[in-house]
Design a protein around this ligand. Structure first.
Ligand code: HEC
Length: 156
């Protein structure tokens, strides 16, 4: 009997050892994936911002393409990237996600919705001319910041 119990105990410990590192690696992948989505957002918004500031010549096709791409990112299912427990309180320097993302849920979803509706508008105006593009970019930038302020830690 004792041998069986010892066997079970060993199996449980072995399982914990086996699944432990795998889970940590999965967590790292999830964090990298959500940061990659953010980088893409930043890339496309950067193009639109450069046109709005006349640092890049306005090009209706490019502007429309960037706006469409930003909205397309909204159709990704990113839920698996935001694993509970993958905030900066647990993972340290690997992430700037504040634990409040999970503890105040669904507040973060409201912020995400605000970005989506700002992008739906940007898609309508971005290709209509520089004035149109400029009229749409402000709300997009505000919704990025509107989520970063409460839910992203300051840069170290
Ligand atoms: C719903 C909340 C939310 C919205 C909306 C949002 N972000 Fe983020 N963003 C975050 C969080 C949280 C992080 C930190 C992620 C991490 O480090 O794990 C982040 C990180 C970033 C980063 C750093 C990525 C990296 O390489 O570590 C950039 C750049 C960024 N966001 C750009 C944007 C832009 C541009 C927009 C708007 C078009 C935007 N974000 C909209 C929450 C949001």
């Amino acid at each position: 009997m004792q041998q069986i119990l010892r066997g079970i105990a060993f199996a449980v410990v072995a399982l914990a050892v086996l699944t432990g590192p795998a889970q940590a690696a999965d967590m790292d992948k999830a964090v990298a994936a959500r940061q990659a989505v953010m980088k893409l957002r930043s890339f496309y918004l950067g193009q639109i911002g450069a046109m709005a500031k006349a640092k890049m010549p306005y090009d209706a096709k490019k502007a429309q393409g960037a706006a469409n791409s930003l909205l397309a990112l909204e159709s990704l299912d990113s839920s698996a990237m935001w694993v509970p427990g993958s905030g900066a309180d647990k993972l340290g320097d690997k992430t700037r996600a504040k634990p409040e993302i999970w503890s105040t849920y669904p507040d973060v979803a409201t912020k995400a919705k605000a970005l989506k509706s700002a992008l739906a508008n940007l898609v309508k105006v971005a290709g209509t001319g520089l004035d149109g593009l400029r009229s749409g970019i402000g709300d997009v930038g505000k919704s990025c910041g509107g989520c970063h302020k409460p839910f992203r830690t300051d840069k170290k």
